[in-house]
Design a protein around this ligand. Structure first.
Ligand SMILES: *[C@@H]1O[C@H](CO)[C@@H](O)[C@H](O)[C@H]1NC(C)=O
Ligand SMILES: *[C@@H]1O[C@H](CO)[C@@H](O)[C@H](O)[C@H]1NC(C)=O
Ligand SMILES: [Zn+2]
Length: 243
């Protein structure tokens, strides 16, 4: 990860992510030969398969939402079999790196260990289905583990590592795994709705109507004006007359 370029917007986040990415990279270089492989042909799932798997990823996201976590869920599918699944567990574990993808990747590595399979060979044939575009950290982890294809729901405008903030998925980054392809937009509205639901619950400062229009009528001579506070929240404010 070239830390200094592009990422001045989030310097702290960037440094943290760089640390994570660097340690992951060192780990992986110890395990695998570090020559960047040719972009391999990935398995292109049928639309019907995508629909099936992405729905299951949404079940995981819903579970996150019900447990007070940022609603992101995912599956890792290898040979038509789920070998890892995860949902955000950041609050529960008090560990900022426990994103759905990291949880699922850990399961994939366990699955390989248990069956004495080579993680690289398995990951090269594994597709990630996730409700939201992977963040920069997760995109780097996916790259380092040679996941070839990611299917996701909505974009992650704040932290997305597959084009929204950085292009970890497809940039040329030497000695950092294999670039991967993304297919975006499956059930994107549903993913956004879940995120909105979560952030509404979370934010005690979310705008609430201050004036009950139906109960309070403005004093004589005052004017009621409509104030827009964001896309959907309309509030009335009572302004006293100037003279
Ligand atoms: C986050 O976890 C704490 C316990 O560690 C819990 O008390 C709190 O309710 C959780 N937050 C949400 C939004 O569920
Ligand atoms: C947080 O999770 C990561 C794996 O995602 C793990 O390596 C690390 O040790 C954990 N940190 C703590 C403080 O438990
Ligand atoms: Zn992430």
């Amino acid at each position: 990860m070239r830390c200094i370029s592009k990422t001045l917007l989030f310097p702290d986040l960037c440094c943290f992510i760089c640390m994570v990415v660097d340690s992951l990279r060192i780990l992986m270089e110890m395990q695998a030969d570090s020559v960047e492989p040719e972009k391999s042909d990935f398995l292109q799932p049928l639309d019907s398969e995508i629909q099936t798997w992405i729905s299951k990823a949404f079940d995981m996201a819903l579970e996150a939402l019900e447990n007070g976590e940022v609603p992101v869920g995912c599956l890792m599918v290898y040979n038509n079999e789920i070998i890892g699944k995860g949902r955000n567990e950041v609050n529960e574990t008090k560990n900022a790196t426990r994103h759905a993808e990291m949880v699922a990747l850990d399961q994939v590595l366990d699955w390989c260990r248990f069956r004495e399979k080579d993680p690289k060979e398995v990951c090269e044939q594994t597709v990630l289905y996730v409700t939201v575009e992977p963040c920069i950290m997760c995109a780097a982890a996916l790259r380092l583990l040679h996941i070839p294809l990611v299917v996701y729901g909505c974009k992650n405008e704040r932290f997305g590592g597959c084009g929204s903030v950085l292009d970890v998925s497809s940039d040329h980054i030497p000695h950092t795994g294999t670039s991967f392809k993304c297919i975006a937009g499956y059930k994107a509205e549903e993913a956004v709705e879940m995120l909105k639901t979560f952030y509404k619950q979370e934010n005690p400062n979310a705008p609430k109507p201050k004036v009950r229009k139906d109960l309070i009528s403005p004093p004589d001579g005052a004017v009621v004006i409509q104030v827009k506070r964001g896309p959907q929240d309309e509030e009335s404010e009572t302004i006293a007359p100037l003279s």
